[in-house]
Design a protein around this ligand. Structure first.
Ligand SMILES: [Zn+2]
Length: 123
């Protein structure tokens, strides 16, 4: 891959990373106010209020986990750029087509391996 092309993907990945960090900060910063708001809202309905707050917390945690996982994928792609093996499928070792990387610069897999992985997850 052309060094100029790699530099473009790196820029895209750094932008994605910054976005995810902002989202995570928002989610984490918003935790207390969201829980407090629901506790206040359901405050006169003991003992249901506790369950409601727990559900809210689980939801926040689930969102947090998803953003964190995405951040890890983006970070891994950035490390692979530094290591010089960016754009190579981590599973079968072929060059991932540029068009695919343009659509999803963080992807570590070619279309075939991604499809294989997804069909495994569906069973
Ligand atoms: Zn592959």
């Amino acid at each position: 891959m052309e060094p100029g092309q790699i530099a473009k993907f790196k820029q895209q990945l750094l932008a994605q990373r910054a976005d995810l960090l902002t989202q995570l900060a928002t989610l984490r910063g918003g935790n207390i106010s969201r829980v407090e708001a629901s506790a206040a809202h359901f405050g006169n309905r003991e003992p249901d209020s506790r369950a409601q707050v727990e559900t809210e917390r689980e939801l926040e945690f689930a969102l947090d986990t998803r953003e964190s996982a995405e951040l890890e994928v983006v970070d891994t792609a950035l490390h692979r750029i530094d290591a010089g093996d960016y754009g190579i499928c981590t599973d079968c070792g072929i060059d991932i087509p540029i068009a695919r990387l343009q659509a999803a610069p963080e992807t570590p897999l070619c279309v075939n391996c991604q499809t294989k992985l997804e069909s495994l997850h569906q069973t």
